[in-house]
Design a protein around this ligand. Structure first.
Ligand code: C5P
Length: 295
């Protein structure tokens, strides 16, 4: 029992797209060596953390597992173990970011869980201190402690924050089918890489490209040929660039501003089963103000 009331913590967990994604090859540990540019977008889940005697986790979307396989639960257990305390908290997730979509929803939730529980438990760990734990939860998770525009190398977990790229509006096309990241990487059949090859490939950075290619696109389209039509549909309505995000299944088109993206969305000729969503990109400062309101 504590004699003071700990206030609940409520956080927004923002999604990402990949501005570009290069796969340099397969590593000895089975992962792929990547060089990618992440970008935060204004689409978020909400997580609430309350004091409790034990760990419980619930989600308003019944399709999501809430057992130990969920990255939120993994994050809670890992942080508790590292802090030498019990993982006691009641965690609720309001899911808005589609899953299996390449938008990093599960990873964003995991990062928010590390930040939220660090606050709830009075650990006051800074994002830099949480980053090594985030990398153990998943390759993408460290980016969601930084936000804005950032380069990811290694498994994607080594994050270099970059100056914000110019703001843009994205038209997201959300197919009715998810894609599993390991399957997409497997379908790619990338050759294995020696550490020195990885280092030399990295000398040609992707950071000059505002919206570049995605090496996973062909593999994802081989698993789900319907994806190709979505990119074509975006190009037809005037997208400056039309790409798969991460390992999919989201395909997004880039527009100068929200009104251009809205107008394009209204001209799309696609089946109703394909969801559409117009979202602006978020700068790092906006991300940090909204994702970490007290920090
Ligand atoms: O690190 P994380 O658990 O998020 O990765 C999920 C899966 O995605 C891995 O098990 C692996 O199959 C694939 N992956 C990969 N190379 C990366 C990141 C992920 O092969 N750099």
């Amino acid at each position: 029992m504590t004699d003071r009331v700990t206030p609940d913590v409520s956080l927004e967990a923002f999604a990402k797209v990949n501005r570009s994604l290069r796969v340099l090859g397969t590593r000895a540990d089975g992962y792929h060596e990547l060089d990618t540019l992440f970008q935060t977008i204004d689409l978020s889940d909400r997580l609430t953390f309350e004091p409790a005697d034990e760990l419980s986790f619930s989600c308003d979307d019944g399709r999501l597992p809430t057992d130990d396989s969920n990255l939120v639960v993994k994050s809670a257990r890992l942080l508790a173990r590292e802090a030498g305390r019990s993982a006691a908290a009641r965690i609720r997730l309001e899911k808005r970011i589609p899953f299996g979509a390449g938008l990093g929803g599960g990873s964003a939730d995991a990062a928010a869980a590390l930040v939220g529980l660090s606050t709830l438990w009075g650990l006051s760990l800074r994002p830099e201190e949480l980053a090594p734990l985030a990398a153990r939860v998943g390759s993408d998770v460290p980016f969601f402690l930084v936000g804005g525009t950032a380069r990811g190398t290694g498994r994607g977990e080594r994050i270099e924050p970059l100056p914000d790229a110019p703001a843009a509006a994205l038209l997201l096309l959300l197919p009715p089918f998810p894609l599993a990241t390991p399957e997409v990487f497997r379908a790619l059949g990338a050759p294995s890489l020696t550490p020195s090859e990885a280092a030399s490939n990295l000398r040609a950075p992707v950071s000059g490209e505002l919206w570049g290619g995605n090496d996973l696109e062909e593999a994802a389209e081989s698993l789900e040929p319907r994806l190709r039509g979505l990119r074509e549909a975006l190009s037809k309505v005037g997208a400056m660039s039309a790409r798969l995000s991460g390992s999919g299944s989201t395909v997004f088109g880039v527009f100068a501003d929200l009104s251009a993206a809205d107008a394009a969305a209204s001209r799309l000729d696609l089946p109703a089963e394909v969801g559409r969503r117009v979202v602006p990109t978020l700068s790092r400062a906006e991300f940090q103000r909204r994702a970490f309101p007290s920090g």
